[in-house]
Design a protein around this ligand. Structure first.
Ligand code: GAP
Length: 560
């Protein structure tokens, strides 16, 4: 087992054992892509959402010009008028072309998967003078011994590998040899790479260009169906009649609720451009391959902001939000070495987008950083679309240029000047609450053999599900009588637990696994001199303080 797989397995086991995350409906065998948060997990995720709301909506940093700006929130319904999803492009475009294997029933995303087969050549022909000669020894139709999947461009990052390919890549026992313009080995396939590890050759074949008569499943060699569009939105019916007219969708993102309410918010509040609308809530996507624990789920929560600004100020706001969001992650203890902001290349950008940065995190389940959040410059696309679909006018949501008019209530422009209007541009920082919860868990996970309890979670104090625990050393001899008032005082201000059972070592170990920063222990000495022990989670050090100072001490240390 590789080290990182090992770490991920330990994290998943700890999450289960300590009640962070369980598989949904486990008693019935579970259901792929759905997860339940247990007592510790729901506190952790709630802290994440609360901290996001507090830092982004109630108390955002000053804008690019050093001035304050307005942020407000909405909480929209999950099921909306299906026209919303036509306007947003999700009905027509939120789909993957899929291919199914008729035998093993595996489903593949045919637009995304570029499959490279590792074909082991048993013997290199003596006469071989080029890689071409080696490859020509492979029998047509050979099923690859290992598969790796990349996005297809030479040198691009590897998105998924099977075990054999992973082993070889980690061991780095081979060299890459680029073979340009190589003739196809199998009908419809173009070979671009060959790999040699010194003893034998492994050829990697691009099997993206399918020849339908030859199509085979990379898993079992079975026949593949032709590509079929598979929409990722969950469908349901609204009302008693189940027909085409009652079809509705579970929202695949929270963003559209914000756009649909843009005018309501402007008309009912005193916000002025530039301002942002935020929403935290559930989103649903019928993902083909839910995987990597909660990373790709079918039901998940998003924390999204749509920030509306003037077109000529939009790049400054884009840069502001990109940097603000990166700083937010590091302020919560994510090491900058594990965080990678990746600016999308021009080819990756949607046609309406001027710029987009994916903020990625290096999870232990992958060698490549994976997306936590996208910060996208969406231009005026979304408001134009909703204008077109709801009012037949793509400028329906244009606003008056405040700089050129006396006031927005309609007093009109200064004499001789015509107020111009524009459709605001949008900057969208869109984060996943579950993805960040998983990143926080991975980042906090620590293992130290030298400790009595080697596994512990170094959560940032703002995120820790429990901030303190109070333990009478024994549940008698007057110790609970000292401990209980301390517990009662702390719990009014911070999530705190009281535990009087088991050995003190086991109680510390449980709190270490929960990531509780401080434990207060009341012992025999407390009765004599009024002091108690404070134990620090991170270095297991202990000091004594006066029992009257517990809350004050916690405040000083946590600084929250
Ligand atoms: N409104 C833009 C939007 O939804 P996205 O990149 O599709 O953009 C934004 O999603 C964020 O939502 C992602 O960065 C990720 O954190 C989270 N997310 C998306 N799909 C997810 C899934 N299947 N499981 C968990 N989180 C997901």
């Amino acid at each position: 087992m590789s080290q990182s797989t090992d770490v991920m397995e330990k994290i998943v086991a700890l999450c289960r054992r300590r009640g962070f995350i369980f598989g949904s409906s486990e008693i019935y065998g579970g259901i792929g892509g759905f997860w339940d948060y247990g007592p510790l997990g729901c506190e952790l995720k709630k802290n994440i959402k609360d901290v996001w709301w507090s830092d982004m909506v109630r108390n955002p940093p000053p804008g690019p010009d050093g001035r304050e700006f307005q942020m407000v929130g909405v909480d929209c319904s999950i099921i909306m008028n299906p026209k919303v999803w036509e306007a947003s492009g999700h009905v027509g475009g939120f789909s993957d072309p899929m291919r199914d294997c008729k035998d093993c029933k595996l489903r593949y995303r045919s637009d995304w998967l570029t499959r490279w087969g590792f074909f082991q050549v048993p013997q290199i022909p003596k006469s071989a003078i080029s890689i071409h000669d080696v490859i020509s020894g492979i029998k047509p139709g050979t099923v690859p011994s290992a598969i790796m999947i990349s996005d297809g461009t030479p040198g691009s990052s590897i998105l998924e590998l099977n075990k054999e390919a992973k082993k070889r890549l980690r061991a780095r026992t081979f060299e890459w040899v680029i073979v340009p313009h190589h003739p196809p080995v199998l009908p419809g396939e173009a070979l671009t790479y060959c790999v040699a590890d010194g003893k034998s050759y492994f050829c990697m074949q691009w099997v993206k260009t399918f020849d339908l008569s030859q199509d085979y499943c990379p898993n079992c060699g079975g026949q593949l169906t032709e590509p079929r569009a598979f929409n990722l939105m969950f469908k349901t019916n609204v009302g008693a009649v189940e027909d085409a007219s009652s079809v509705a969708y579970l929202r695949p993102e929270t963003a559209q609720g914000i756009f649909a309410n843009f005018k309501n918010v402007m008309d009912s509040t005193r916000v002025k451009i530039p301002f942002g609308i935020a929403q935290v809530g559930k989103a649903f996507r019928n993902e083909i391959n839910p995987r990597n624990f909660t990373f790709r789920s079918r039901e998940f929560e998003q924390m999204e902001i749509e920030f509306f600004c003037k077109p000529d100020e939009s790049m400054a706001w884009y840069e502001f939000w990109r940097d603000t969001r990166i700083n937010w992650y590091t302020s919560l203890g994510i090491k900058s070495g594990n965080l990678r902001p990746r600016q999308q290349g021009e080819k990756e950008l949607a046609h309406y987008s001027k710029a987009c940065t994916d903020i990625e995190y290096l999870f232990p389940f992958s060698d490549e950083p994976q997306e936590l959040e996208g910060v996208a410059h969406r231009g005026s696309f979304d408001l134009n679309q909703h204008g077109k679909f709801s009012r037949d006018d793509e400028n329906a949501f244009a606003v008056i240029d405040e700089d050129q008019s006396r006031d927005r209530e309609g007093a009109g422009p200064p004499p001789g000047q015509k107020a111009s209007r524009y459709v605001p541009h949008v900057i969208e920082p869109s984060a996943g609450a579950d993805r960040f919860t998983l990143a926080v868990i991975c980042e906090a996970y620590s293992y130290d053999e030298s400790r009595a309890s080697p596994e512990y979670m170094r959560f940032h104090p703002r995120l820790a599900p429990i901030k303190a625990a109070v333990f009478p050393l024994v549940a008698k001899d007057g110790l609970p009588e000292i401990a209980e008032p301390i517990f009662r005082e702390i719990k009014k201000h911070y999530p705190c637990q009281y535990d009087a059972k088991q050995s003190i070592g086991k109680r510390y170990a449980r709190m270490d696994e929960a990531g509780t920063p401080y434990c207060f222990t009341i012992d025999g000495q407390s009765k004599e001199d009024g002091t108690i022990t404070v134990r620090n989670r991170d270095d297991a050090s202990q000091i004594r303080i006066d029992k009257s100072r517990c809350l004050e001490y916690l405040r000083e240390q946590l600084r929250i």
